[in-house]
Design a protein around this ligand. Structure first.
Ligand SMILES: Nc1ncnc2c1ncn2[C@@H]1O[C@H](COP(=O)(O)OP(=O)(O)OP(=O)(O)O)[C@@H](O)[C@H]1O
Ligand SMILES: [Mg+2]
Length: 290
């Protein structure tokens, strides 16, 4: 399997939402990590063929994004997926299967299989309006799998899930990855930390880092520090270092910081995690809030 994104660009008026993104992917889970407005949804919508690109090419095993073959192999969960509140889970899948041109008998079997896969078989006949956020997201994933796609694109699939539902979701995605490309976007570090084979970090329309968790974390290795200082000193440090964590303690403030060089005399260098990297690049807003 080969999924190719080649110098893809998209501009809205004077805003370049996606800026010459190139990626080459084979089967596995790809986690696109980026802050609000980074360009994730715009990139995914182009991958799903929902919007056109200004320049560049997207293809799956040689089929262009605009081709029928590509669409036949694509499953997509949009960020703002519209559910029909008065449909039951089963009716909803049957309805979408019909739109995809599936025969009724075949659709019925497939819907039942998928509802079981996403652990919604017990509530197959319950109306969607009675579902929790996590249940709706699982139904969204089920509909994206109706045509057994080679390419599964999920835009913020964990939005609104509680920690337990996140774990269920991760396990489900891991089970689906065989012989498939799963491309998911999120701004929650832990969603991709454990399950993604490759992590892509997006900022201002560009992919600024990509690689396995280990490769990505290398970028920030040796730059993460913990120290305890006085309040005044802490404020000074926040001007030059990225703040990862702050905690008021007796006799000062405890800080976890990222940046070049020791922030203070007794600072301790600590092992970096993905969240450190994320905050290192995306903490501008966070810094303003303190
Ligand atoms: N249809 C549109 N018209 C104009 N500007 C748009 C449109 N869609 C997106 N943008 C702009 O493009 C940029 C990228 O938006 P996009 O929705 O792709 O980001 P995102 O990474 O998905 O953000 P979020 O995490 O909030 O979902 C933003 O500045 C956004 O305002
Ligand atoms: Mg988005």
């Amino acid at each position: 399997m080969e999924f190719i994104i080649d110098r893809v660009t998209k501009q809205f008026k004077n805003k370049i939402a996606v800026d010459r993104v190139s990626l080459k992917m084979s089967s596995g889970i790809y986690g696109l990590l980026g802050a609000n407005g980074a360009g994730k949804t715009t990139l995914l919508r182009m991958m799903a063929g929902v919007i056109g690109m200004d320049t560049g090419e997207i293809s799956l095993d040689g089929d262009a994004v605009s081709s029928e073959n590509y669409r036949a192999n694509l499953g997509y969960l949009p960020q703002d997926f519209g559910y029909y509140p008065n449909f039951t889970a089963q009716e909803f899948l049957m309805y979408l299967a019909a739109l995809k041109g599936m025969q009724k008998a075949q659709a019925k079997v497939k819907a039942a299989q998928l509802l079981e896969l996403v652990h919604l078989n017990d509530v197959a006949k319950k109306k969607i309006k009675t579902f929790s956020g996590g249940m709706k997201q699982r139904l969204g994933i089920a509909q994206a799998l109706l045509n057994n796609p080679k390419l599964l694109i999920l835009d913020e699939p964990t939005a609104g899930l509680d920690p337990k539902e996140r774990v269920v979701f991760r396990n489900m995605i891991s089970r689906l990855k065989k012989d498939r490309i799963i491309f998911l976007s999120t701004h929650i570090v832990s969603d991709v930390e454990y399950i993604a084979d490759e992590i892509l970090v997006m900022k201002d329309g560009k992919i600024i880092h990509s690689g396995s968790l280990e490769e990505i974390i290398k970028v920030i290795k040796g730059k993460v520090w913990e120290c305890k200082v006085e309040r005044q000193e802490a404020e000074k440090l926040m001007g030059t270092y990225a703040l990862i964590n702050i905690r008021e303690e007796k006799g000062g403030v405890f800080l976890r910081l990222a940046g070049e060089g020791k922030p203070c005399e007794d600072a301790k260098e600590v092992d970096a995690v993905l969240e450190d990297l994320y905050l290192y690049y995306f903490n501008e807003e966070g810094r303003k809030m303190i």
